[in-house]
Design a protein around this ligand. Structure first.
Ligand code: MN
Ligand code: MN
Length: 416
């Protein structure tokens, strides 16, 4: 999926908070104006307390306006729930690259870790396995994935943008970029402490086993095993593979009974309004994915992913396109707002309340993932609408007419 990137346009804005405020107002889109209004309730745009005469990282500050000038409703010491792949060390090879966001860089993200990987056409992520399960979303291009389960059943499949895969814990697999331009994808692991740079590679194991034992194990001569590499390959360039059918035939034998592949792009949205839509993949429709549930959300400019929480799991987010702000309510008067751009990662602790607002003039697309076999959320509107209205009025002091207007059904993306 190739998405318009709103950041490049906005990053053209000259530095300086006054210039930023003027420019944000000038773009005129609803969400940007709303952001400014949230801040002005306290201080007003000409208040000198919003100046910043000292040193600053202008590019970073412009992308994080809700940190420097938070809405007046933010309060307290809620820990940061944003990191970016743009800050991650990138491991580069002929054939591709990989970078990760784990609990080591992003302390809040204990349940899930993410990897962003690029493979050229023919580029191979070496045959390997690891302890956590691997859930994946194809961002761009095409790739061929392979796996073999504990009963020797094989899996070989081509995947394109908008497709998912899931490799269960310990199942060995590989990924290879296809023509014309390889692939870029997101991997999510069901353990925040996972490291992509510490996995079991086929070449590494061979290199650290006595040749005589390898020869005995495979029933071949030691001389025949001499070409095996002396160290792991991890990512390397190779020719583009041939037809899928011939690779499937060659892998042979029985196929895995529950496919490790799911086409999310081919799914009808689980919910759709005039302002956006959500597609959900969990073990109900993607049977193999027993430890990771996911939602792909699209929100039109100015639109809102409604106020909600997830009773069953923490949420690990990846921003694909557009720009957003999210406020997380963490109880005891604590709330914090942060801003997100493509390539950023967000993390929301289980049961903490939040919304995601599109603050750009293009579609906002992001992925929600959960360490759970099923997707679940609780909508604030739906809760209010299905509670006796007098009881709600006694809490919130709002009139019956206003209460009656609150949507009775979960919209996911509020229709504007
Ligand atoms: Mn893997
Ligand atoms: Mn959520």
């Amino acid at each position: 999926m190739k998405e318009d990137n709103g950041v490049s346009r906005r990053s053209l804005l000259k530095s300086g908070i006054a210039a930023l405020a003027t420019a944000t107002a000038a773009t005129g889109y609803a969400a940007g104006s709303a952001q400014a209004a949230d801040r002005q309730t306290d201080r007003g745009s000409s208040d000198r307390s919003s100046s910043n005469p000292g040193p600053r990282n202008s590019a970073l500050q412009e992308q994080n306006t809700d940190s420097f000038q938070p809405p007046s409703t933010d309060h307290g010491d809620t820990p940061a729930f944003k990191y970016s792949f743009s800050l991650s060390h990138n491991r580069t090879y002929k054939g591709g690259w990989a970078r990760q966001v784990t609990v080591r860089d992003f302390p809040i993200s204990k349940d899930l870790a993410g990897v962003n990987m690029r493979l050229t056409a023919g580029g191979i992520r070496e045959l390997h396995w690891h302890v956590p399960a691997e859930w994946a979303y194809m961002i761009y291009g095409a790739a061929r994935i392979t796996a073999v389960d504990s009963q020797g059943r094989s899996f070989v499949q081509d995947v394109g943008a908008g497709d998912l895969w899931y490799f269960p814990s310990g199942v060995p697999h590989s990924i290879q970029g296809l023509s014309p331009d390889g692939a870029e994808f997101l991997l999510v692991f069901d353990d925040g402490a996972f490291s992509e740079f510490d996995t079991f590679q086929i070449s590494d194991w061979m290199a650290h086993t006595p040749r005589s034992v390898l020869a005995k194990n495979f029933g071949v001569s030691e001389a025949a095993l001499r070409p095996i590499p002396e160290r792991e390959l991890y990512i390397f360039q190779a020719p583009v593979p041939g037809a899928l059918e011939s690779d499937q035939r060659a892998a042979g034998r029985e196929q895995v009974p529950t496919p490790y592949f799911f086409s999310l792009r081919a799914q009808e949205p689980a919910r759709k309004t005039r302002s956006g839509e959500v597609r959900i993949a969990d073990s109900k429709n993607f049977a193999a994915s027993i430890s990771v549930a996911a939602a792909l959300v699209r929100v039109k400019p100015g639109g809102l992913r409604e106020l909600h929480w997830h009773p069953n799991a923490d949420e690990w987010q990846y921003y694909v396109s557009g720009q957003a702000r999210m406020t997380v309510f963490a109880a005891s008067g604590r709330a914090r707002t942060m801003d997100f751009a493509p390539g950023d990662v967000g993390y929301v602790l289980r049961s903490t309340g939040h919304y995601i607002e599109n603050t750009s003039d293009s579609d906002l697309v992001f992925i929600e993932t959960f360490k759970s076999p099923y997707y679940q959320d609780i909508s604030l509107s739906q809760w209010i609408a299905h509670t006796p209205p007098e009881l709600i009025a006694q809490h919130l002091h709002i009139d019956m007419q206003t209460l009656a207007a609150i949507p009775r059904e979960k919209a996911v993306v509020v229709p504007l």
